[in-house]
Ligand binder design. Sequence first.
Ligand code: GEK
Length: 241
Amino acid sequence: MKDEIFKKPIKKQFEFDESVASVFDDMLERSVPFYKEVIDLISNLIVKNISSNNSSDFVISDLGCSTAQTLLEIYKKSGKSVKLIGIDNSPAMIKRAKNKAKAYGAKIEFIMGDILKEQIPLSNVIISNYTLQFIRPLKREKLVRKIYNSLKEDGIFIVSEKVISEDKTLNLHLIEEYYSFKKKKGYSDFEISQKREALENVLVPYSDKENMEMFKNAGFSYSEIIFKWANFSTYFIKKRF
Ligand code: GEK
């Protein structure tokens, strides 16, 4: 279904409710630059990692899994032997994720809950794509520490985020580039400005430097940007280097 949520004047802050979930796959493809390419890249890297491990007890958890796009891509590439777990606190997202998994015949465990409160299963890989940005800064550091503790010793954390530039002018120019990307994807100026307003104080991006410092402070030994376009970054982070 096409995302037309912000065509009408909005009255509330952005929420992952039924109306957002019903258009979510279209929304992400048109709002996140290179969304498909990022999922393709990270799922390939994860599959390479499974091959060098014993796949029968290999656990992959996706925090803020939404409609399970990433987990399904990993499922398609890795076969059935790994354990896939998706956590999201939006009932509408989890409902769609379950339906999609069923349609693909994919065995994925879904946990409907808050990643700040739920116990994260001990995992080989933890993914959190475009989700940390929605966690209040005061709680974000603590969550990243919890993620560190939920990874096996050779575990990997993969994160994608909207980011800010520390250079104010560059930051403005990158945001302009992002808005022209959205316009090319068919969003009007009105829709773009309405969504920006709805996300105000809900989506709080960090700079690459702040994110990498946060990973280091949580105990991670290595982090690298493996994909970047304007104000979007994907990080590959290792517990032990
Ligand atoms: C993708 N990773 O397709 N606990 C659990 N879930 C949460 C929380 C929380 N505290 N806060 C937000 N969410 C996906 C896209 S979307 C990104 C992730 C976006 C969930 C929320 O319900 C939503 O499904 C997801 O995090 C963020 O690659 O919409 O920009």
